[in-house]
Design a protein around this ligand. Structure first.
Ligand code: FMN
Length: 235
């Protein structure tokens, strides 16, 4: 099994520990884990040139950094996004990377492999519940076609790993084990969701109509995949 992990921060703090603990319970010795740390492994800020949409993702000024990450995601069974809660959201580094994935949204040129994957989003915060942050990152994966995204939020009651209490560490480990078993079970039985299929059919309708499909690059993609005919990404 292949697992892609994108860390929305460069340091190995509480959020990293949450992810690492999940992986300890989740991954087998022969699993391949590809980790990307932001901002080191990510692209510069999206400049809003629209080139990915209109001309092709390979022409994005950040393509050399974006493409290895997205390729790894597309080849993986499990995708994990983590980020500390920064002002009730994912880190700016993570959001910037998500901006670069816009062309892969179901509305544009989704990759067929995404429709059967399992996602997991992880976040810690000092005091306020980081539920918005895990939901926000999950939304990104869902719009790329991922049918099931589990969420692991944790209130750390700490500003960094050196001040986390041992009681909190016990809670972290217990929750990590539980979430890892859910992710593993789903990964062993990958399947598309009804909601994902409905979204696919909604945008298939749009791409099927020459009037509604405003971007020829996207429309050609849907035609090439055979999705306007009888091919379906989850089969
Ligand atoms: C820029 C910044 C913004 C933060 N915003 C919040 C916040 O809005 N609510 C909160 O409870 N914690 C906030 N925190 C605290 C962290 O989310 C929290 O300490 C987290 O557990 C740190 O995880 P880490 O060790 O992985 O960096 C913020 C921290 C930073 C550095």
């Amino acid at each position: 099994m292949k697992i892609t992990v994108i860390h929305g921060q460069g340091h190995k703090g509480i959020t990293y520990k949450m992810t690492k603990t999940v992986l300890d319970f989740l991954a087998e010795d022969d699993d391949e884990i590809n980790e990307f740390f932001l901002p080191k492994d990510g692209p510069g800020f999206c400049v809003g040139c629209n080139t990915c949409f209109m001309k092709g993702e390979e022409f994005c000024p950040g393509a050399d950094k974006v493409q290895p990450i997205i390729k790894s995601m597309e080849e993986s069974e499990i995708i994990i996004l983590d980020s500390p809660n920064y002002v009730m959201e994912m880190s700016g580094n993570m959001k910037n990377l998500m901006d670069h994935f816009a062309y892969r949204w179901i509305t544009h040129r989704p990759h067929a492999n995404m429709f059967k994957k399992v996602g997991l989003t992880i976040s810690s915060s000092a005091g306020a519940p980081p539920s918005n942050t895990v939901k926000s990152m999950a939304k990104q994966l869902k719009w790329m076609g991922v049918p099931k995204v589990y969420k692991f939020p944790l209130i750390s009651n700490a500003l960094n790993i050196s001040t986390i209490s041992s009681k909190k560490e016990v809670e972290l480990k217990r929750k990590a084990e539980k979430i890892a078993s859910k992710v593993k079970r789903r990964a062993q039985n990958p399947h598309a969701s009804l909601k994902g299929k409905i979204m696919f059919y909604m945008f298939r309708k749009m791409q099927s109509s020459p009037d509604a499909a405003w971007n020829p690059k996207d429309r050609d993609w849907w035609i090439e995949q055979g999705w306007i005919e009888n091919v379906r990404p989850w089969k």
